[in-house]
Design a protein around this ligand. Structure first.
Ligand code: C2E
Ligand code: MG
Ligand code: MG
Ligand code: MG
Length: 270
């Protein structure tokens, strides 16, 4: 009987896995058409200063699938990285965000806004990444001083020397770098002093548990201190409550992003 149950379980997993693979294959086929079919859009989430005023926005990719509706980036970005579609998609994101900067530059009320763009490691490690960014800046006429590229720790750990060289070349254009999801990677902190970073972004996990887990609070406090000592700006992401904002302000973090201030929104809704 155990044997029978085992066989049934196996068959059950078989079917489930098959469904999952089919689903994935369909999603992947659809993703190939997403860009030509204009199904990708950028949402923008405010990054605010101590007075609660937006100084810039993070561009967050959304896929409006004709049947499934909104597909979250957590679902399709890993897929796009595996099949390398992220290289074209990422270039589109950068170009669209740069266009937005040009539109904002035209109006005195928005001219100083910055835009932060997430860069996938797959995109960053392409040999012509630096050239592509420069071409997009040139083609759109966006001011590099208003553009921030968000990188993740994992990206900087492998091939650190190469990463450093790419960053230095890009820094010469005037753009800046933010280290996203800080504290979630596995790495030594040495790279913080060796790479031309401008901002540390405290991961939302630490912010979420700020007031219910002392160890988290200690980590956030140390991170803010570390950032200040290294001359980096520090931003907290995932700020959802007033209590979190107050705690962060008291501990010298003065730039925030999170649902407390604004959700990511299509540009018309900002
Ligand atoms: P991320 O760059 O760390 O972005 C922050 C995520 O947290 C976003 O999720 C945002 O909507 C969400 N968030 C912001 N404030 C709050 C809050 O107060 N509470 C909670 N619970 N969540 C908050 P989203 O938009 O689903 O993006 C997820 C991830 O997908 C991003 O994490 C980023 O790693 C990736 N991603 C998004 N757009 C792009 C893109 O254009 N290119 C690449 N390569 N990755 C992207
Ligand atoms: Mg980000
Ligand atoms: Mg993040
Ligand atoms: Mg993240």
């Amino acid at each position: 009987q155990a044997k029978e149950a085992g066989r049934n379980t196996l068959r059950f997993f078989d079917t489930e896995m098959q469904l999952r693979l089919q689903n994935r294959a369909r999603l992947e086929a659809d993703l190939r058409k997403a860009l030509p079919n204009n199904e990708l859009v950028l949402y923008y989430q405010a990054q605010v200063n101590a007075a609660g005023i937006p100084t810039g926005y993070e561009a967050l990719l959304r896929w409006i699938h004709p049947v499934r509706g909104m597909v979250s980036p957590g679902e399709f970005i890993p897929l796009a990285e595996e099949n390398r579609l992220i290289i074209e998609i990422g270039a589109w994101v950068l170009e669209t965000a740069c266009h937005q900067l040009v539109v904002w530059a035209d109006n005195p009320a928005t001219a100083k806004l910055t835009v932060a763009v997430n860069i996938s490691p797959v995109q960053f490690h392409e040999p012509d990444f630096v050239e592509r960014v420069m071409q997009i800046l040139e083609r759109t006429g966006a001011s590099p001083q208003r553009l921030k590229l968000e990188l993740t720790e994992g990206l900087l750990v492998e091939a650190q020397q190469q990463a450093r060289e790419k960053m230095l070349r890009l820094k010469q254009t005037g753009l800046s770098f933010s280290l996203d999801d800080f504290g979630t990677g596995y790495s030594s902190l040495a790279y913080l002093t060796q790479l031309p970073l401008d901002q540390l972004k405290i991961d939302q996990y630490f912010v979420r548990h700020l007031l219910d887990d002392l160890a988290n609070a200690v980590i956030v406090e140390s991170t803010i201190g570390l950032a200040h000592s290294l001359g980096l700006e520090v931003i907290a992401e995932g700020v959802e409550t007033e209590a979190q904002r107050v705690w962060l302000t008291e501990h010298h973090c003065h730039v925030f992003q999170g649902y407390l201030f604004a959700r990511p929104l299509p540009v018309e809704a900002l």
